[in-house]
Design a protein around this ligand. Sequence first.
Ligand code: ADP
Ligand code: MG
Length: 501
Amino acid sequence: MVETEKKTSRKESEVMVTASGAWAQCLEIIKDNINYQKYKSWFHPIKPVALDQKTLTIQVPSQFWYEWLEEHYYNIMRSTIAKVLGEGARFEYSIVLEKADQEHDDLSVRMPQRSSPPMHSEPGASSYDYNGYHPSYSTEAIQNPFVIPGIRKSKIDPNLNDSYVFSQFIEGDCNRLARSAAIAISENPGKNSFNPFFIYGGVGLGKTHLVQSIGNKIRQDFGDEFSILYISSDQFTNEFVHAIRNNRAREFSMFYRNIDVLIVDDIQFFSGKEKTQEEFFHIFNALHQDGKQIIMTSDRAPKDIQDIEERLISRFNWGLSADLQMPDYETRYAILEKKAMENGIEFDPEIFEFIAHSFKSSVRDLQGAIIKLLATASLQKIDNIDLPMAKRILKDLIKETKKHISIEDIQRLVCDYFGIDPNKVREKTRKQEIVEARQIAMFLSKTMTKSSLKTIGLHFGGRDHSTVIHAIHAVEDRRETSPKFQQIVKDIQQRIELASM
Ligand code: ADP
Ligand code: MG
C-alpha cells in the first residue's frame, strides 16, 4: 500500500468502504464474464479508491495496465459499472506511482519501485531508491556529463537500419504485447512504465527488428530531440575493452550516459563478462535514474541468462519484459504475402501455404524461403512458379531447417496417443483421462521446448504458471512410483521426437 493511504482521513475511509462495496459487485459481474485467469491477472490487483456519485475511481498498478484495460476490457467495464451504479456511471483510473513488492509473473509485467512517476522525473532531480544501492562509482562519478562541452548529442550515429520499421512488422498473437509496448515507448521514450523494456525470444523471431523500429520511429517523430544508440552487446564489450586498453574508460562511460534511448541487443552475450557487466550496471543506473529509455533483447528470459550478476537481472525486471513467440500459421502466411507484394511478385496461395507449413521455427528462415523463390524466379526469368517447382527450389532449405517442436505438436501427439480430441486439453474439463493427458502434455512442453511456464499455461486454455508447475510435479512423482507410467511418457516422447525429425 502506498504510504499516503495510511494518512487518509476518516471521511475518506468511509468513502473507501462504499467504493469497495461497489467494486466488489463489479468484480462479481466481471468474474462471470471473462476467463478466470484473465480476471485474476487483470482485475484482482485493482483497488477501489473512491466513489463520487456515479464515478468509481479504481487504482491500477501502472499506465500500461490502464491502457491494457481500456483496450481489451472497455466494453465489459462500461456495462458492468452501469449495472452496478446505474446509467451514466463510469470508472476513473488512478495510476499507481509507487509499487509494493508484488510481481505479476504471469504477465511479465513488473513495476519498478519508484518514488515518483517517470513523467515527473527530471534529469538530476530524481530521488529513486535503488533498493538501498549506492553507486560505487561515486568516487569518480560524473555528476553532470552535460557540462562537458562538445559531448552532447551532436555526433552520435544511432546505428539503425532504416528497413526495420513498425510498418514492416506484422502483428500476431505471438508478438502483440511486445509490439504494442514498443510502439508506446516510441511515442514517449523514457517516460513510460516500460523502462527498461526487455524483449526475449528465440533466434530469428524479430527482436532486432522490433527494437530497431523503436529507434527509427523516435528518430522519425522527434528528429534530434533524443540521442539514440543501437548496439549489440558484443560491440559494447569490444568498445569497452578497447576503451580500457587506451585509458579512455571515463570517456566511454560518459558517452553512454549521454544517450537518451539506449538499445542493447542480445544481452545474453554479457554472460561471464564481469567487468562489462559492472560497467553496464553503472550506465544502466545512471540512465534509468535520469529517466532515459533502456531497451534490451535476449534469447531467453532474464532469469534464465547464465552468469549474469543478480543485481543486473533484477534491474532487467524493473520495467516490462515481453517475449516473442514463433508466429502462428496465419501470421506466417501474412508475412510471406507482404514480402512477395513488396517485390511485386504474385504467387499461388498454395505456395504460401506450403512455405508457411514448412518453416515453423524462425521468421528469418521463412523469409529466406520466399527470397530464394523470388531470386530464382528473377534469375531464371520464370514468370510463374508453380508448387512442384517451389518444392524443388526449397528442398534443401527445408532439410536444413531442423524441425521445431511446438506446444501444439506436443498436445496433438499426446492426444493422438490417448485417442482424445486435442481441444480437450485446452478446455476446463476435469475428467481423469483428460487431466492425465493435459499433465503429460504440459510436462513434455516444459522438457521438450524452450517455452516458459507462462507460455505453456497460455497454450492450455490460459492457465497460470502454478498450474503448470503442479502438472510437472505430478508427472515427475508418478514416473518415480509407476514404471508403467514412466514407459507411457517415454513412448510419447519418442513419438514427438520422431515426428519432429
Ligand atoms: P532476432 O533478432 O529475433 O533474431 P530479427 O529481428 O533479426 O530476429 O528478425 C529476422 C527476420 O525476420 C528479419 O528480416 C525481420 O525483418 C523478420 N521478421 C521477424 N518478425 C517479423 C514480423 N512479425 N513481421 C515481419 N517481419 C518479421
Ligand atoms: Mg537479433
